[in-house]
Design a binder for this molecule. Sequence first.
Ligand code: V47
Length: 379
Amino acid sequence: MSRDFMRSRVQGGPLGDILEKVEAGLRLSFEEGVRLYEAEDINAVGYLANIARERLHGNRTYYNVNSHINYSNICVLWKACKFCAFGKKEGQQDAYAYSLEEIFKMAETLGRGRTEFHMVGGLHPDLPFDYYLEMIQGIKEIHPQLHLKVFTATEIRFLADHIAKMSVEETLDHLVRSGLGSLTGGGAEIFAEPTRSKICKGKHSGEDWLEIHRIAHNKGIRSTCTMLYGHVESNEDRVDHMLRLRELQDETGGFTTFIPLAFHPENTQMDDIPPTGGMLDVRNYAVGRLLLDNIPHIKAYWIMVGQPIAQISQRFGVDDLDGTVVQEKIYHMAGAKTPHELTVNDIRRLIREAGREPVERDTLYREVTRQGDQWAVHA
Ligand code: V47
């Protein structure tokens, strides 16, 4: 279908007024966001998102060479977060917490040639604050060039209140001095009540999640942001979530990327809900691209949606595929059948086959050039 044909189809259809706004670079409203979710013509929604995507990034799709380390799955919220198959009670079968020695050994091999470690864990009731400070510091000593994207806002709130017993500001200052590079986007789930309480009653509020990112951004710490979809949330909840992210981004400019996270029900307390389908996955990317006009990147986490959707998503607003990701645990414990790792060649092929140009980036989206394991960034 040619672009001209598609344009005239969208122009003459129920999203014609939104097309005018997107072409003019105007901000979309709550009501328009809900209409994009309700629109029957998914190709029209994709067409609109592609305009915004190509205006920002042309034909480029970014990827990074990273690895995940989940230091522990022991979590005081193991029962409260009904969507999670990863969190375990202390002493329960499969519960684990790596020692610092184990982490350093892992880091030694996994870090070679990579630009980023993405590290999150459960809310462990007993590990002391020094464990986290030494973990970050020790990894930086082994791989000084590596960017450490560590902790969700939920972990920061827990560390501050229960482990370090300091303000969020002081907790972040200590972590940054040890080598923290940025925060991950996890823990956001869905902000709107009563939906949030239905899936994670007892977890900190959406307002608190936003407040922690506000504090981090004001200190110059960048972060990503996420939204968990495909459970019991409504279209209105999704749009509300995105607009609250947009509002904070207007204030701080600290988010690099929005990552919609598809709910995986297996082994969770919500296993009666079917897994998300491709239509909902691509729609979330597209609406995210269209509503979040101030967040530069939209990421498809291929681990979660699989390689076919990761490819097609590049025509629905996505400009970033999460990296080579070694050692993923959160989604595989919830039934993901995707591989644990892709090679750089696999990722570049996924991007090329979608008609896009692959560009390696670091965590802050600076272009990377490399020769084998040696790499450098260009500001
Ligand atoms: O907050 C947990 C989600 C998040 C399940 O920052 C689940 O670049 C689906 O935030 N089905 C943690 N989702 C992972 C995360 C993330 C992932 C990739 C990139 C980035 C980034 C961040 O995973 C949790 C929760 O929303 N989650 N269990 C599940 N069963």
